[in-house]
Write a protein that binds this ligand. Structure first.
Ligand code: SAH
Length: 262
């Protein structure tokens, strides 16, 4: 598959001394030197503050088939250990899902990279990914990765506790292009539509019509769906001026998509 060179990313995801505006995740467009501005964290001493640990993870992702340079760069940049509880930081760069509270999990890095690469390889993605909707913010990790490869990210979470957690996790990075919403993602998020990409981090029985309606022409939706009892697969839906094209890809294992806010 031919690929365009990576889009310029918004900037190294960086800590800042500036307080983030309330009610919104913050994004910094600060340059790479901001890495030097990192605050001390409990992970210091474990080597997790070193870019080398993430570079190694990105190398493993590349060896496993992730090819998009923008995805590899984002995965090598976003500090996954800052999104997991302190007792789990030493597992943060392993290819494993981890608990984030309220019975939910942060997805495996390989799955995050795979799904985001699918978005970037869509028609809209190849032209430079515009607005993206994420259903299932969780701890905010995937939203941070998306914020590096898309122009604008809307991420919706139904559990107040996780919405707040993601807001706290993302605040230090002042991501101006990431917007966190507390709501039921089953309805999508009409205010941000149409989306060049929709990505869901929870597995449902089917894709709600609202998501297809909110997808832009040329856009792509990537979501886990239940294909048989207890089994999920990754579903890709491409929207063109002629209609929708659907592909069922590999087996996956996500937490369930649920309705309502809790
Ligand atoms: N992308 C997340 C993964 C979170 S797990 C991360 O990087 O951490 C999936 C999340 O989807 C859970 O937090 C769950 O509460 C949320 N979820 C499930 N159904 C939802 C719905 N209808 N609307 C919004 N969020 C939902």
């Amino acid at each position: 598959m031919s690929e365009r060179p990576p889009r310029p990313v918004p900037g190294w995801i960086a800590r800042s001394a500036q307080p983030a505006p309330a009610g919104r995740a913050a994004v910094s467009r600060a340059p790479a030197i901001a890495a030097a501005m990192r605050a001390p964290s409990p992970a210091v001493g474990l080597g997790l503050d070193s870019a080398a640990v993430r570079a190694r993870m990105a190398q493993r992702l590349e060896a496993a088939g992730i090819a998009h340079p923008g995805v590899l760069h984002a995965m090598a940049t976003v500090e996954r250990h800052r999104f997991v509880d302190s007792g789990l930081v030493n597992q943060a760069y392993e290819d494993t899902s981890l608990p984030i509270g309220l019975g939910q999990t942060i997805s495996k890095p390989s799955v995050v990279a795979r799904m985001i690469e699918l978005l970037l390889n869509s028609e809209a993605g190849k032209a430079g990914l515009g607005r993206v909707l994420e259903i299932g913010t969780g701890c905010g990790y995937q939203a941070a990765v998306l914020a590096m490869v898309a122009k604008e990210v809307y991420s919706i979470e139904r559990l107040r506790g996780l919405h707040e957690k993601a807001r706290n996790n993302l605040r230090p990075w002042r991501l101006a292009n990431a917007h966190l919403i507390l709501g039921d993602g089953m309805q999508g998020f009409a205010s941000g539509a149409p989306y060049a990409g929709i990505i869901c981090a929870a597995g449902g029985a089917a894709v709600p019509d609202a998501w297809c309606d909110q997808l832009a022409v040329g856009g792509r939706l990537v979501a886990p769906v239940v294909v048989s009892a207890g089994k999920q697969a990754l579903l890709v839906i491409d929207k063109s001026s002629h209609g929708f094209k659907q592909s069922v890809l590999e087996a996956v294992n996500f937490v369930p998509l649920k309705s309502g806010i809790a």
